[in-house]
Design a protein around this ligand. Structure first.
Ligand SMILES: CSCCC(=O)C(=O)COP(=O)(O)O
Ligand SMILES: [Mg+2]
Length: 221
């Protein structure tokens, strides 16, 4: 392994898909009713960015985006805003895999790229469940930077990875991108990054992959 910089996906790579689908998304959906009635300026500004023809049915529209797991930039910012309450009140803790915690701690040059907003990413890594049963861990000091679909574009678009390379000032060949999603790996490898397919319990089945090195345990990295 020659890459010195790690670029990590979140869902299905550093934590289980079930955490996102069964904890984070339902927590958000349960607050959409009060969200659309909120007078908070930051919320009103975000809601106003949804399409004009959906403004009369925002609650149904937002819930449908969540149900269909649409990576909508405005939805992702609203989710980060709502999850903040959950993390800060101790209702949500992120079950980052033990070997992912160790990888992030020892690697030195770690960046994150997720469809979840940068705010949501920082909350997640700031409130990591201690696998040894202690109080929450804060992994933020070990992470050099965060990228999302607002900062860098869609994860299935190779141009997004070129933007990230430019932002971090590194050559593609220096960077290893790890994700559970082969379409994201296709885009990253088109931009010249090194890639690894993360295979963890609960991830979507992989389709006869022979293009990417598979990793089921990060302690070997
Ligand atoms: C920042 S945690 C929330 C994850 C999320 O909202 C999401 O859509 C997961 O996308 P990823 O790119 O991490 O697979
Ligand atoms: Mg993923």
């Amino acid at each position: 392994m020659t890459s010195r910089v790690l670029l990590l996906d979140i869902e299905g790579t550093v934590c289980p898909i079930s955490f996102v689908k069964e904890v984070l998304f339902p927590f958000f959906s349960g607050k959409v009713d009060s969200l659309v009635q909120s007078n908070e300026p930051v919320v009103r500004e975000l809601l106003a960015q949804f399409p004009q023809d959906k403004q009369h049915c925002l609650q149904e529209y937002i819930l449908e985006l969540v149900d269909r797991d649409i990576k909508d930039p405005v939805l992702k910012q609203l989710q980060g805003h709502v999850w903040e309450q959950g993390y800060e009140q101790g209702e949500i803790k992120a079950p980052v895999y033990r070997d992912a915690i160790e990888l992030i701690r020892r690697s030195g040059d770690v960046y994150i790229y997720s469809s979840g907003s940068v705010k949501a990413q920082k909350l997640l890594f700031g409130h990591v469940e201690d696998p040894n049963g202690g109080s929450c861990l804060d992994l933020q000091p070990f992470i050099r930077g965060y990228f999302d679909i607002n900062t860098s574009g869609k994860k299935t678009d190779s141009e997004s990875y070129r933007r990230i390379l430019k932002d971090i000032g590194r050559e593609a060949s220096d960077v290893l991108f790890m994700s559970d999603n082969e379409l994201e790996l296709d885009a990253a490898s088109e931009a010249g990054l090194n890639t690894i397919l993360a295979v963890r319990p609960g991830n979507a089945p992989i389709s006869g992959n022979d293009r990417y090195e598979i990793l089921t345990d990060y302690s070997t990295l």
